[in-house]
Ligand binder design. Sequence first.
Ligand code: DLL
Length: 437
Amino acid sequence: MIFNYEAECMPQSNIRELQLERLKQTVNRVFNNVPFYKTKFLEKGIEPSQITTLESIKRLPFTVKQDLRDHYPFGLFAVEQKDIIRLHASSGTKGKPTLVGYTKNDLDNWSELMARAFAAAGGEPGMVMHNAVGYGMFTGGLGCHYGSERLGMTTVPISGGNTERQILMIEDLKPTIISGTPSYVLNIAETMEKMGKDPKGTSLKYGLMGAEPWSQELKLEIEKRIGIKAMDLYGLSEVMGPGVSSECLEAQNGLHIAEDHFFVEVIDPTTGENVPDGVEGELVITSLTKEALPIIRYRTGDIATLYREPCSCGRTTTRMSRVKGRIDDMLIIRGVNVFPSEIESTLLQIDELAPHYQLVLTKNGALDQVTLFVEISKERFQRGIDNKNLISKIEKLLKSQCLVNISVRILEPESIPRSEGKAIRVVDKRKEELIPM
Ligand code: DLL
C-alpha cells in the first residue's frame, strides 16, 4: 500500500523542484536563526541567495556529529525552546549525548514518514503492530509508535526486552507486523525455539527492522526462521530518527528515500567530493522541512550507494542500498578494509554456525589483533564438534570472500550476549571501557 501517493510517486522532475524550493527555505532558516551556520557560511563566502540550484548545495559546509556535541544542548536549534515539544538523544557511547528536538510540525512529518514506511512494508490500517523497538531517548520506539498510529494500526508499545512476555503478547494479540532491530527480532525467534514454540507458527507476516547494519544473509535467515518478509528501515537521530528511507514489500531491493523531506548525497569519505550514483560512499543528508533542528549536509558516517532507476512498486523516489556499516566500525586488518556486515555475510553461509558473532580487537605489542568469536549451531554442537576443520573452513572462506586473515574462535551455543536493541558486533579491548548512555 502507498500511504501518500502524491508524495511518493511524483515525477522525479517535480521532486527536484520541490527539493530546491525547500532547500532554499532551509538555508535561509539556518542562516537567520542558527549563529553556528551563519558563521560557517560566511567563512566560506556563501550567502543564502547563492543557493540557486540543487547542485549549489555542494558549496555548503558539512555538519558533523562533533558540531552537535559542541553546541549541546540547544545551540543548533533554529526555534526557541518553548516551541520544541519533544527531545530525543542519539545513542552515543561516551561523553555528551547529541540532543535533538522537534516542533509540532516536525513530529507530524516524522509520523507521516513512518506511516509511509509501515505501509510500504505491508502494514495496513487495522492491523496489529508489535513495536519491539526500544522506547525512551532513543528515537526508534516513539518514531515507530507514532507512524504506526498514523497509519491506523493497533499499536502495541512493548519496547525491547522481557522477551518471554513479548512472546506471550505475540501469541495473544496476534500482530501481523513487527518492528525491532534485526538482532532483537532474531533473539525473539530464538527464545521462542527455546520455549519449545515454532516462530513460524505466529500470526506475523511482515517485519520492519533497522537501527543497525544487517547483511542480506541475516535478513534471509530472519525471513526463513520466522516465516515473514523483512524490510529494512533506516534513519538517524541527528536527521530525524527512523523513516529517512525504507524498503518496499514489492521489490525488497533498496530503501526508498523520503526525498520531499531529505536531500541525500554520497561522498568519498576521504576527499569529501561527491561520487556518481551507483558508487559506494558516505551518505550526507540535508533536512528540507525540519524546523527545530534543520541540518545541512550532515556526514552520517554510513556507507551506501544511491540508485535512481524506477522501482516495480511504483514509487519514484531515489533508493539507497542497505547500509554496509559505519566508517567508524570499519576494521583495517593488515591493510585490508572490512566491515563487520561483510564478515556476517560469510559466516551465515556456513551451516554449522549460528548467526551470533563478535569481533574482538586487542593489542599484541604494537600490532592490532582481531579475533572472531562465533557460535556453533545447536545441531552441530549436539552432534559433537570437530573444531579444527570447521575453523579452517571459516578462515578459508573469510580469506576468499573478505580477503582477510582473521583468527577464529568457536564458541558453544548461547555464549555471545544477545541483543535487546542494537547488537554489539565489535568489542574494542584496546581502549578503556565505553560508558553506555
Ligand atoms: O538508530 C534510528 C532508527 C531506529 C533507525 C529504528 C531504524 C530503526 P540512532 O540511534 O541515531 O538512530 O543511530 C543511527 O544507526 O547512522 C546507522 O549507522 C545506524 N542505522 C540506522 N538504521 C540502519 C539500517 C536510529 N537500516 C545510526 N541499516 C545510523 C544499517 C542503520 N544501519
